[in-house]
Design a protein around this ligand. Structure first.
Ligand code: AQP
Length: 333
């Protein structure tokens, strides 16, 4: 018998406080964070160190960090079941990141498409943006995570984390668990409503194309009703040929637990699809917004949850970091 059958898996994932949480973040990753809690041992992290890789305003970062942690509790991350914490409050992340930077090659970091997209032709590109995937690998490996629920855009970084764990284990002896990516079958990459060939993003300057989880429901419905669709009137799930309609079908499917291909058969025109999609998303966000309003009125509660979470995370991360330090030949502290 497979000894892992019935065993509790360790799950880890993180989100950057770079902007207000989008529907893409929620459908692609966060709702799977919530469902994983039923069976698994979960750690969830607001990865604030990652937010420093791009230009930012310190006061805004503080506000976004607290807002994001509050959103995570509002969507259903249960601090009594899962460990919820801030990356910067567990210093082991930064220290293991150095070991990962020394395990990764410049060539493989250079191949990361997110680095190329974010670096673009900006005059200033931080070294941190380049080494970001090494920090992300450290985040995951510090907790012996078996599974990492992420959206499709993080697939390449996750693959790198697996490669680094495998390389480290090969060079220095068994040290890290090699994690699997948990990418959802539906809505793994929610696209911008105004440009469905581009990912919906927190930091994208596309006010009409990005749906925010905490946005006024009437504004959400308006954006979805005005989403760019494709030429031809046929409703078909075909992300290549019909990216706009397929995006709406994926959003509606994810929001209502239905298969986008099956859903497509129920519509003959774009209008009713947009109307149903708007209603479904509004229903999805309503209870989250109500819970968020309650929690935000008492910021002390979330601060206490984060402090407790950091304590629990440190207790797990410390021994793993010590294991990695010893493996590479660093003397004990
Ligand atoms: N559009 C998306 N569709 C599905 N999943 C998505 N995710 C992000 N955008 C989509 C998933 O959300 C989780 C948290 O993302 P992140 O904060 O780690 O950074 P990101 O992937 O770079 O997301 P953003 O929103 O695009 O942030 P910025 O603008 O700061 O780069 C991840 O699991 C991600 O896959």
């Amino acid at each position: 018998m497979d000894p892992t059958i019935g065993a509790v898996a360790r799950v880890f994932s993180g989100i950057k406080p770079t902007g207000p949480v989008t529907l893409g973040n929620y459908l692609g990753a966060l709702r799977n964070w919530v469902s994983a809690q039923a069976d698994d041992d979960c750690l969830y992290c607001v990865v604030d160190l990652h937010a420093l890789t791009v230009p930012h305003d310190p006061a805004e970062l503080r506000a976004l960090t607290l807002e994001l942690a509050t959103v995570l509790v509002a969507i259903g991350i249960d601090p009594d079941r899962s460990t919820l914490f801030l990356q910067s409050q567990v210093h082991e992340h930064a220290e293991l990141a150095w070991l990962m930077e020394c395990t990764a090659s410049v060539g493989e970091l250079r191949r990361m498409t997110q680095f190329k997209e974010k670096a673009g032709d900006h005059e200033f590109v931080s070294a941190g943006l380049f080494t970001y995937p090494a920090l992300m690998a450290a985040d995951i490996l510090l907790y012996d995570a078996d599974r990492v629920p992420v959206g499709d855009d993080q697939r390449q970084h996750l693959e790198l984390a697996r490669d680094l764990a495998t390389r480290f284990n090969h060079r220095f002896g068994p040290t890290f668990t090699v994690p699997e990516a948990g990418i959802p079958a539906v809505a793994a990459r929610v696209m911008d409503l105004q440009d469905p060939t581009r990912k919906m993003s927190k930091t994208e300057e596309s006010p009409q194309g990005v749906v925010l989880l905490l946005e006024d429901p009437a504004a959400i419905a308006r954006k979805i009703r005005r989403a760019v669709t494709d030429t031809g009137a046929e409703v078909r799930y075909d992300p290549e040929a019909k990216p706009g309609v397929s995006n709406l079908l994926a959003i509606l499917g994810a929001a209502t637990g239905q298969d986008p291909c099956v859903l497509a058969g129920k519509y003959e025109q774009y209008g009713p699809l947009k109307a149903d999609c708007a209603d479904a998303v509004v229903e999805l966000v309503r209870p989250i917004q109500a819970r968020y309003a309650e929690l935000a009125s008492d910021p002390g509660t979330v601060a206490e949850i984060l402090s407790r979470g950091a304590g629990k995370a440190r207790a797990l991360a410390g021994p793993v970091l010590d294991r990695a330090r010893a493996a590479v030949g660093l003397l004990p502290r």
